[in-house]
Design a protein around this ligand. Structure first.
Ligand code: PBE
Length: 268
């Protein structure tokens, strides 16, 4: 093999994230389906993936990462998804809000807000970019709420306040979910009077926590594909409140300066 082969250039490594992420399971599947036997998927975290991408990009070096949209990286760098002709990463997805069973009876106001919560990829990207540029997540969420008063007022319209009640929102430290969970926490607190605790966990425990009732809700369920295993495993043990965001994507992402376009190009 010569150094023209993309595998040699990146040491046959794909930079992954946390092992529980649906994106990691899909990528393992992609390695099989595209017959990429020599390739390794490197475990890490969303933050480590972003750091590796940043470093490679600054040096104009080749790199392949597991990526998703919405994500601030697409605002900061010129990137492209590798085509996935076999459709391993699935098609259109939504991010859903999931409540624990019984939340509607125990916390009707929170349930009503969670059921109404819905925003756009652009909304989410604004919060993500602000955090990436150095704002604290709480501040970025508070600023977004201030700048989007009409939208937030629609979410909370006619919902009675629930002074002093406590709630637990579980989430994984993916940048997209840090943004959404902080916004929902702040709305529940500042508009409805709840006290909200954010539980940062891995993907498996997040779903187990909702199914077991240890967490009250998540706004971080990527469906129907990315979190299908978790969804099927706990079916019946949670309430699906439907999409809170439309228009996501996951897959393998590379800098635009790289001379490949499809996952199939990794085989050459
Ligand atoms: N993500 C971001 C997650 C869902 C949110 C795509 C990294 C995952 O793969 O499970």
């Amino acid at each position: 093999a010569s150094s023209e082969f993309i595998g040699d250039q990146v040491d046959y490594k794909i930079i992954g994230i946390d092992p529980g992420a649906g994106l990691m399971k899909s990528t393992e599947k992609a390695l099989k389906e595209y017959d990429l036997k020599d390739w390794k998927l490197v475990e890490g975290s969303g933050a480590a993936m972003a750091a590796a991408l940043d470093k490679a990009y600054k040096d104009k070096k080749p790199i392949i990462v597991t990526g998703w949209t919405p994500h601030w990286k697409f605002a900061k760098y010129e990137l492209k998804y590798l085509a996935d002709p076999k459709g391993v990463y699935g098609g259109d997805e939504q991010i859903h809000t999931i409540a624990r069973n019984g939340l509607k009876d125990d916390h009707p106001s929170a349930h009503a807000l969670l059921d109404r919560f819905e925003w756009s990829p652009d909304d989410m990207a604004k919060v993500m970019v602000a955090i990436q540029e150095g704002k604290k997540p709480e501040q970025a969420a508070a600023d977004w709420i201030k700048d989007n008063g009409a939208k937030v007022d629609e979410w909370v319209k006619d919902i009675p306040k629930a002074e002093g009640k406590t709630l637990k929102l579980a989430y994984v430290a993916w940048d997209s979910e840090i943004a959404s969970t902080n916004v929902v926490k702040q709305v529940l607190e500042s508009k409805l009077g709840y006290k909200v605790e954010m539980l940062q966990v891995e993907a498996g425990p997040m779903w187990a926590g909702i199914a077991g009732g240890d967490a009250d809700a998540i706004v971080a369920a990527w469906l129907p594909t990315t979190h299908k295993d978790y969804y099927d495993k706990y079916q019946g043990k949670f309430e699906d409140l439907g999409p809170n965001l439309n228009g996501t994507k996951i897959g393998l992402v590379v800098p635009s300066y790289m001379n490949i376009d499809s996952i199939e190009d990794l085989k050459k």
